[in-house]
Design a protein around this ligand. Structure first.
Ligand SMILES: C[S@@+](CC[C@H](N)C(=O)[O-])C[C@H]1O[C@@H](n2cnc3c(N)ncnc32)[C@H](O)[C@@H]1O
Length: 273
Protein backbone atom coordinates (compact mmCIF):
# COMPACT_ATOMS: atom_id res chain seq x y z
CA UNK A 1 0.00 0.00 0.00
CA UNK A 2 1.50 3.32 -0.98
CA UNK A 3 1.06 6.60 0.86
CA UNK A 4 -1.52 7.83 -1.60
CA UNK A 5 -3.71 4.79 -0.95
CA UNK A 6 -3.21 5.13 2.79
CA UNK A 7 -4.21 8.81 2.61
CA UNK A 8 -7.42 7.81 0.80
CA UNK A 9 -8.20 5.33 3.56
CA UNK A 10 -7.62 8.05 6.15
CA UNK A 11 -10.06 10.28 4.28
CA UNK A 12 -12.75 7.63 4.50
CA UNK A 13 -12.31 6.91 8.21
CA UNK A 14 -11.58 10.55 9.12
CA UNK A 15 -8.08 9.74 10.32
CA UNK A 16 -5.36 12.36 10.61
CA UNK A 17 -2.34 12.08 8.31
CA UNK A 18 -0.27 14.07 10.80
CA UNK A 19 -1.20 11.63 13.57
CA UNK A 20 -0.44 8.49 11.58
CA UNK A 21 2.59 9.80 9.69
CA UNK A 22 5.29 8.32 11.92
CA UNK A 23 3.50 5.05 12.69
CA UNK A 24 1.98 4.37 9.29
CA UNK A 25 4.29 1.53 8.33
CA UNK A 26 2.94 -0.89 10.94
CA UNK A 27 -0.63 0.30 10.46
CA UNK A 28 -0.42 -0.21 6.68
CA UNK A 29 0.76 -3.78 7.28
CA UNK A 30 -2.21 -4.55 9.51
CA UNK A 31 -4.67 -3.03 7.05
CA UNK A 32 -3.05 -4.91 4.15
CA UNK A 33 -3.53 -8.15 6.09
CA UNK A 34 -7.19 -7.28 6.66
CA UNK A 35 -7.63 -6.57 2.94
CA UNK A 36 -6.12 -9.93 2.14
CA UNK A 37 -8.32 -11.74 4.66
CA UNK A 38 -11.52 -10.34 3.17
CA UNK A 39 -10.39 -10.79 -0.41
CA UNK A 40 -9.84 -7.15 -1.41
CA UNK A 41 -6.95 -6.79 -3.79
CA UNK A 42 -7.50 -3.15 -4.65
CA UNK A 43 -7.88 -0.21 -2.30
CA UNK A 44 -11.05 0.90 -4.15
CA UNK A 45 -12.72 -2.42 -3.25
CA UNK A 46 -11.65 -2.11 0.37
CA UNK A 47 -12.90 1.46 0.64
CA UNK A 48 -16.21 0.39 -0.86
CA UNK A 49 -16.49 -2.49 1.66
CA UNK A 50 -15.75 -0.38 4.69
CA UNK A 51 -18.20 2.25 3.45
CA UNK A 52 -21.14 -0.15 3.19
CA UNK A 53 -20.40 -2.72 5.87
CA UNK A 54 -20.33 -1.53 9.48
CA UNK A 55 -18.59 -4.62 10.86
CA UNK A 56 -15.83 -4.44 8.24
CA UNK A 57 -15.30 -0.78 9.00
CA UNK A 58 -15.15 -1.49 12.73
CA UNK A 59 -12.53 -4.17 12.11
CA UNK A 60 -10.54 -1.78 9.92
CA UNK A 61 -10.67 0.87 12.64
CA UNK A 62 -9.58 -1.65 15.25
CA UNK A 63 -6.58 -2.61 13.15
CA UNK A 64 -5.71 1.04 12.75
CA UNK A 65 -5.36 1.59 16.48
CA UNK A 66 -1.84 2.25 17.67
CA UNK A 67 -1.05 0.87 21.11
CA UNK A 68 2.33 2.50 21.70
CA UNK A 69 2.66 3.39 25.37
CA UNK A 70 5.05 3.12 28.26
CA UNK A 71 5.12 3.58 32.00
CA UNK A 72 5.40 7.19 33.18
CA UNK A 73 5.47 8.48 29.61
CA UNK A 74 6.06 12.27 29.79
CA UNK A 75 7.75 12.39 33.18
CA UNK A 76 7.12 16.09 33.57
CA UNK A 77 3.37 15.56 33.43
CA UNK A 78 3.62 12.88 36.14
CA UNK A 79 5.54 15.34 38.31
CA UNK A 80 2.76 17.90 37.85
CA UNK A 81 0.22 15.24 38.81
CA UNK A 82 2.13 14.41 41.95
CA UNK A 83 2.96 17.92 43.10
CA UNK A 84 -0.06 19.92 41.98
CA UNK A 85 -3.00 17.93 40.67
CA UNK A 86 -3.36 15.20 43.31
CA UNK A 87 -2.84 17.65 46.20
CA UNK A 88 -5.61 19.87 44.77
CA UNK A 89 -7.99 16.96 44.34
CA UNK A 90 -7.30 15.70 47.86
CA UNK A 91 -7.60 19.17 49.35
CA UNK A 92 -11.19 19.28 48.15
CA UNK A 93 -11.96 16.68 50.80
CA UNK A 94 -14.02 14.50 48.49
CA UNK A 95 -14.86 11.03 49.76
CA UNK A 96 -13.84 9.23 46.58
CA UNK A 97 -11.54 10.12 43.69
CA UNK A 98 -12.76 8.99 40.27
CA UNK A 99 -10.35 8.59 37.38
CA UNK A 100 -11.00 7.61 33.74
CA UNK A 101 -8.25 6.44 31.40
CA UNK A 102 -9.72 7.03 27.95
CA UNK A 103 -7.84 4.93 25.38
CA UNK A 104 -5.68 3.05 27.87
CA UNK A 105 -3.72 0.77 25.48
CA UNK A 106 -2.00 -2.05 27.43
CA UNK A 107 -2.57 -0.39 30.80
CA UNK A 108 0.87 1.22 31.19
CA UNK A 109 -0.63 4.60 32.03
CA UNK A 110 -3.21 3.09 34.38
CA UNK A 111 -0.66 1.16 36.43
CA UNK A 112 1.68 4.17 36.46
CA UNK A 113 -1.10 6.11 38.13
CA UNK A 114 -1.80 3.29 40.58
CA UNK A 115 1.89 3.32 41.60
CA UNK A 116 1.82 7.07 42.04
CA UNK A 117 -1.33 6.79 44.13
CA UNK A 118 0.19 4.10 46.36
CA UNK A 119 3.34 6.16 46.89
CA UNK A 120 1.30 9.27 47.49
CA UNK A 121 -0.85 7.41 50.04
CA UNK A 122 2.16 6.12 51.96
CA UNK A 123 2.88 9.45 53.61
CA UNK A 124 -0.72 10.25 54.49
CA UNK A 125 -3.08 9.09 57.22
CA UNK A 126 -6.37 8.98 55.40
CA UNK A 127 -6.91 8.75 51.67
CA UNK A 128 -10.22 8.82 49.85
CA UNK A 129 -11.35 5.73 47.97
CA UNK A 130 -10.03 5.47 44.42
CA UNK A 131 -12.27 4.43 41.54
CA UNK A 132 -10.59 3.72 38.21
CA UNK A 133 -12.27 3.10 34.87
CA UNK A 134 -10.11 2.33 31.85
CA UNK A 135 -11.52 2.06 28.33
CA UNK A 136 -10.20 1.21 24.89
CA UNK A 137 -11.53 0.57 21.40
CA UNK A 138 -9.41 -2.51 20.90
CA UNK A 139 -10.28 -5.57 23.02
CA UNK A 140 -6.76 -7.00 22.54
CA UNK A 141 -5.38 -4.03 24.45
CA UNK A 142 -7.73 -4.61 27.34
CA UNK A 143 -6.72 -8.27 27.51
CA UNK A 144 -3.05 -7.25 27.63
CA UNK A 145 -3.80 -4.61 30.23
CA UNK A 146 -5.55 -7.07 32.49
CA UNK A 147 -2.68 -9.52 32.17
CA UNK A 148 -0.28 -6.73 33.20
CA UNK A 149 2.85 -8.24 31.64
CA UNK A 150 5.36 -5.98 29.92
CA UNK A 151 8.59 -5.97 28.00
CA UNK A 152 11.54 -3.93 29.16
CA UNK A 153 10.93 -1.29 26.46
CA UNK A 154 7.70 -0.21 28.15
CA UNK A 155 9.67 0.33 31.35
CA UNK A 156 12.47 2.52 30.24
CA UNK A 157 11.28 5.36 32.48
CA UNK A 158 10.86 3.07 35.48
CA UNK A 159 13.88 3.33 37.76
CA UNK A 160 15.32 0.39 39.73
CA UNK A 161 13.57 1.38 42.92
CA UNK A 162 10.15 1.45 41.29
CA UNK A 163 10.84 -1.73 39.38
CA UNK A 164 11.84 -3.61 42.50
CA UNK A 165 8.83 -2.35 44.40
CA UNK A 166 6.09 -2.88 41.83
CA UNK A 167 7.15 -5.52 39.30
CA UNK A 168 7.98 -9.21 39.39
CA UNK A 169 10.58 -10.33 36.85
CA UNK A 170 9.48 -13.15 34.55
CA UNK A 171 11.34 -15.35 32.08
CA UNK A 172 12.24 -13.78 28.74
CA UNK A 173 13.00 -10.30 30.08
CA UNK A 174 9.36 -9.59 30.85
CA UNK A 175 7.87 -8.08 33.99
CA UNK A 176 4.50 -8.54 35.71
CA UNK A 177 2.93 -5.69 37.64
CA UNK A 178 2.32 -6.38 41.31
CA UNK A 179 -1.16 -7.90 41.78
CA UNK A 180 -2.11 -5.19 44.26
CA UNK A 181 -1.97 -2.62 41.45
CA UNK A 182 -4.71 -4.49 39.60
CA UNK A 183 -7.27 -4.12 42.39
CA UNK A 184 -10.46 -2.26 41.63
CA UNK A 185 -9.87 -1.31 38.00
CA UNK A 186 -12.95 -1.42 35.78
CA UNK A 187 -11.72 -2.25 32.25
CA UNK A 188 -14.25 -1.62 29.49
CA UNK A 189 -14.53 -1.56 25.73
CA UNK A 190 -15.56 1.79 24.32
CA UNK A 191 -15.18 4.05 21.32
CA UNK A 192 -14.38 7.61 22.37
CA UNK A 193 -16.00 8.99 19.22
CA UNK A 194 -19.34 7.23 19.43
CA UNK A 195 -20.06 5.52 22.71
CA UNK A 196 -21.49 6.96 25.89
CA UNK A 197 -18.72 7.63 28.41
CA UNK A 198 -18.37 5.07 31.20
CA UNK A 199 -19.73 7.46 33.84
CA UNK A 200 -19.47 11.05 34.93
CA UNK A 201 -18.20 13.20 37.77
CA UNK A 202 -14.58 12.26 37.05
CA UNK A 203 -11.96 14.14 39.04
CA UNK A 204 -9.31 13.23 36.52
CA UNK A 205 -9.48 12.05 32.91
CA UNK A 206 -6.45 10.89 30.93
CA UNK A 207 -7.00 11.48 27.22
CA UNK A 208 -3.51 11.03 25.87
CA UNK A 209 -2.30 10.15 22.41
CA UNK A 210 -5.53 8.95 20.84
CA UNK A 211 -8.59 11.07 20.09
CA UNK A 212 -6.62 14.30 19.62
CA UNK A 213 -3.88 12.61 17.60
CA UNK A 214 -5.37 10.06 15.22
CA UNK A 215 -8.58 11.73 14.07
CA UNK A 216 -9.54 14.84 12.16
CA UNK A 217 -11.18 17.64 14.10
CA UNK A 218 -14.76 17.01 12.92
CA UNK A 219 -14.38 13.34 13.83
CA UNK A 220 -13.07 14.00 17.33
CA UNK A 221 -15.22 16.95 18.29
CA UNK A 222 -18.46 15.35 19.55
CA UNK A 223 -16.55 12.69 21.48
CA UNK A 224 -14.23 15.26 22.98
CA UNK A 225 -17.17 17.36 24.18
CA UNK A 226 -18.78 14.28 25.73
CA UNK A 227 -15.53 13.58 27.58
CA UNK A 228 -15.37 17.15 28.91
CA UNK A 229 -18.98 16.76 30.08
CA UNK A 230 -17.89 13.88 32.33
CA UNK A 231 -15.52 16.08 34.35
CA UNK A 232 -16.54 16.92 37.89
CA UNK A 233 -16.58 20.63 38.70
CA UNK A 234 -12.91 21.54 38.93
CA UNK A 235 -11.98 18.15 37.43
CA UNK A 236 -8.76 17.76 35.43
CA UNK A 237 -8.18 16.57 31.85
CA UNK A 238 -4.69 15.40 30.86
CA UNK A 239 -3.60 15.29 27.21
CA UNK A 240 -0.40 14.06 25.56
CA UNK A 241 2.80 16.10 25.64
CA UNK A 242 2.85 16.34 21.86
CA UNK A 243 -0.84 17.11 21.49
CA UNK A 244 -2.49 20.50 21.12
CA UNK A 245 -5.75 21.37 22.77
CA UNK A 246 -8.17 22.17 19.93
CA UNK A 247 -9.92 25.55 19.86
CA UNK A 248 -13.24 24.03 20.91
CA UNK A 249 -11.50 22.55 23.96
CA UNK A 250 -9.96 25.89 24.93
CA UNK A 251 -13.45 27.36 24.96
CA UNK A 252 -14.50 24.92 27.68
CA UNK A 253 -11.38 24.26 29.73
CA UNK A 254 -8.83 26.36 31.59
CA UNK A 255 -5.14 25.59 31.13
CA UNK A 256 -3.59 24.37 34.38
CA UNK A 257 -0.19 23.24 33.09
CA UNK A 258 1.39 22.27 29.77
CA UNK A 259 -0.67 19.08 29.30
CA UNK A 260 -3.22 19.57 32.05
CA UNK A 261 -6.54 21.37 31.70
CA UNK A 262 -9.31 21.97 34.13
CA UNK A 263 -13.07 22.23 34.11
CA UNK A 264 -13.47 25.81 35.29
CA UNK A 265 -17.21 25.73 35.90
CA UNK A 266 -16.78 25.43 39.66
CA UNK A 267 -13.80 24.32 41.65
CA UNK A 268 -13.53 21.19 43.73
CA UNK A 269 -13.93 22.99 47.02
CA UNK A 270 -17.34 24.32 45.94
CA UNK A 271 -18.53 20.78 45.26
CA UNK A 272 -20.75 18.92 47.68
CA UNK A 273 -18.81 15.98 49.07
C1 LIG B 1 -1.00 5.47 21.36
S1 LIG B 1 -1.99 4.60 22.51
C2 LIG B 1 -1.94 5.70 23.90
C3 LIG B 1 -2.07 4.97 25.21
C4 LIG B 1 -1.99 5.85 26.45
N1 LIG B 1 -3.14 6.73 26.54
C5 LIG B 1 -0.71 6.64 26.44
O1 LIG B 1 -0.74 7.84 26.16
O2 LIG B 1 0.34 6.09 26.73
C6 LIG B 1 -3.64 4.93 21.84
C7 LIG B 1 -4.73 4.06 22.42
O3 LIG B 1 -5.99 4.66 22.15
C8 LIG B 1 -6.89 3.69 21.68
N2 LIG B 1 -7.88 4.33 20.81
C9 LIG B 1 -7.68 4.86 19.57
N3 LIG B 1 -8.83 5.34 19.08
C10 LIG B 1 -9.78 5.12 20.03
C11 LIG B 1 -11.16 5.38 20.12
N4 LIG B 1 -11.81 5.97 19.12
N5 LIG B 1 -11.81 5.01 21.23
C12 LIG B 1 -11.16 4.40 22.25
N6 LIG B 1 -9.86 4.12 22.24
C13 LIG B 1 -9.16 4.48 21.13
C14 LIG B 1 -6.01 2.69 20.94
O4 LIG B 1 -6.63 1.42 20.85
C15 LIG B 1 -4.77 2.67 21.81
O5 LIG B 1 -4.86 1.71 22.80
Amino acid sequence: MDDHQFARLLDVINGSWKGYRKVRKGVKKRVARHMQEIGCRRMEDYLEKISVNKATRAECERRMTVAISRFFRDRQMWAVLETRVLPEILASGCGAVRVWFAGCAGGEEVYSFRMLWEMFSAGRNAMPALGITATDLNPENLTRAQAGIYLRGAMREVDDKLRNAWFDPLKGGRFAVAPVLKDGIDWRLGDLRRDDPPGNGFDLVFLRNNLLTYYTEPEMRAGFNRIVDTLAPGGFLVIGAKEDMPGFGLMRLARFDRCVYRNPSKTHDMRAT
